[in-house]
Design a protein around this ligand. Structure first.
Ligand code: AMP
Ligand code: MG
Length: 484
């Protein structure tokens, strides 16, 4: 591994330099070969399972790594917490991958830091494996996301409600800079560091912005918002509910991070919530755009501090960018849904038609993923067509008529639908069954089989249909926990 670290060159206010805590018996459980290749990790190293488990448990520090816990704050369920930070994670450093991009390599569950508060700095095996599966699935679905390079068991127990096997998961992301990182410096009034952070982030994530431009801050905010909109749109395209969209879990890069209580929607309902602690439905499926905008407003508040004393003038520049989110999101959202229905384009008068389908799905408790698969299939299958005519009535006939009118040919429309509607998603009941089976048997082959299918979500493999069934109880009783 060739580290080329830049975050460590920032002032010490940005992090705590601290080594991971050693564990007694590290065993490599999962190794993401294709990601390792992308990261240009030395092939000789990837064959040395013992050394991999030493490195990715935190027992041994690879040459060039500079382990550190990053400082950040965050709004959690709307309440500001000035002191969060990596309480159980260590950034090892950055590498340049085969795509010429810079990636953070971070251990999670690797021991306490000065940001741990009451936490033990550890991670249980269940959530680690779940993050591995979910992030691989999201990557294959075409959603911007952090990924897992490895999961290593520690040989030590972590104590939650009961003792569980401990694990260290290695997370790879374009960076771990969050909205909460900006909030950290804003909250302590350290404007110099806030400025440094802004420059650093622009250079790292948005090099197209001229750092000397007068409007660089406005441009930066626009770029971050574009990425957030793209992210939430792709979550909603595949039915993903993040579950804990706090500002500390909102990466500036626009990648999905922190998979704790996330889940997939089965029956379409905009109010779907699975997280046991989200009692008010703040992070419900259909509320995600509103929350993303709220989070961007929190980032904007931090950026305002960079404009000096004339805050009124600054507000006039920044506020319209936040307001524009609403319309920009709406347009991208309806385009996404139109694509799912085989339309290349969409105009305002189609919004009502699209909403009608969502209403029908919500009222009839139809499975989101499978309904779109059926619509696609119905284009050349008479049985599916009849079935949908019964279920959706006039709406179905209307859709077919519009397809005839709008698309050059039905096959092109079908192709567009196939590209935008996954055949398989990491369904909650499958994840839970597989994790439970794995816990009993310890056989990772069960997970490998699931991963094989999830890694080709738009292709019908011979195993795909084993994982396509909607949950029998419509996931009505399904609950997720931050339980990490
Ligand atoms: P999360 O809910 O994972 O986004 O974490 C929120 C905050 O709690 C972050 O500052 C984490 O580092 C911290 N945290 C979560 N779990 C632990 C743990 N087991 N030990 C120490 N800190 C933790
Ligand atoms: Mg977090």
């Amino acid at each position: 591994m060739k580290f080329s670290n830049t975050y460590s060159q920032l002032a010490s206010a940005f992090y705590q330099r601290i080594d991971p805590t050693k564990v007694s018996d590290p065993q490599l459980l999962f190794w993401n070969k294709s990601l390792a290749k992308r990261l240009l990790i030395d092939e000789k190293l990837t064959l040395d399972l013992n050394l991999l488990s030493q490195y990715f448990s935190g027992n041994q520090i690879p040459d060039g790594a500079e382990p550190m816990a990053l400082a950040y704050s965050g709004h959690q369920f709307g309440h500001f917490n000035p002191q969060l930070g990596d309480g159980r994670a260590h950034l090892l450093g950055e590498v340049i991958a085969s795509d010429n991009r810079r990636y953070d390599i971070q251990l999670k569950g690797s021991g306490p830091t000065r940001f741990s508060r009451q936490g033990d700095g550890r991670c249980a095996i269940g959530p680690a494996v779940r993050e591995y599966i979910m992030s691989e699935a999201m990557f294959a679905l075409g959603v911007s996301t952090s990924r897992c390079l490895s999961v290593v068991t520690t040989g030590e127990a972590v104590y939650r409600e009961q003792p569980l096997a401990g694990a260290v998961v290695t997370r790879v992301a374009s960076s771990h800079i969050r909205v909460g990182t900006f909030q950290y410096f804003a909250a302590i009034g350290d404007i110099e560091s806030l400025e440094t952070l802004t420059h650093y982030t622009i250079e790292r994530h948005f090099p197209q912005i001229d750092i000397n431009a007068d409007d660089k801050i406005e441009q930066f905010l626009v770029c971050v918002i574009d990425k957030q909109i793209e992210l939430i749109i792709s979550w909603m395209r595949v039915g993903f509910i993040h579950g804990v969209m706090n500002t500390d879990n909102t990466a500036i890069s626009g990648e999905t991070i922190d998979f704790g209580p996330c889940a997939m929607m089965s029956n379409y309902h905009s109010g779907t919530v699975f997280s046991s602690i989200d009692k008010q439905g703040r992070y419900a499926f259909g509320n995600q755009p509103h929350i993303a905008q709220w989070n961007m407003a929190r980032l904007a508040e931090c950026l305002l501090l960079l404009f000096g004393s004339n805050q009124e003038k600054a507000l006039k520049k920044i506020e319209p960018i936040i307001i524009a989110f609403t319309e920009q999101f709406e347009s991208a959202y309806f385009t996404m849904l139109a694509n799912k229905l085989g339309f290349n384009e969409v105009d305002k008068k189609d919004h009502h038609f699209i909403n009608e389908l969502l209403d029908l799905m919500q009222k009839q408790e139809l499975d989101y993923t499978n309904t779109f698969i059926k619509l696609t299939h119905s284009l050349n299958d008479a049985d599916t067509q009849n079935n949908l005519k019964e279920q959706l009535g006039d709406w179905y006939n209307n859709w077919r008529k519009q397809l005839e009118d709008k698309s050059q040919n039905i096959q092109a429309a079908k192709k567009l639908m196939e590209q935008n509607n996954p055949l398989v998603i990491p369904r909650n009941h499958h994840i839970e069954t597989i994790l439970a089976e794995y816990e009993i048997s310890g056989k990772s082959t069960i997970i490998d089989r699931f991963l094989k299918v999830l890694r080709s979500p738009y292709k019908q493999l011979s195993e795909t249909n084993e994982f396509q069934d909607a949950p029998k109880d419509g996931d009505h009783h399904y609950r997720t926990f931050c339980g990490t």
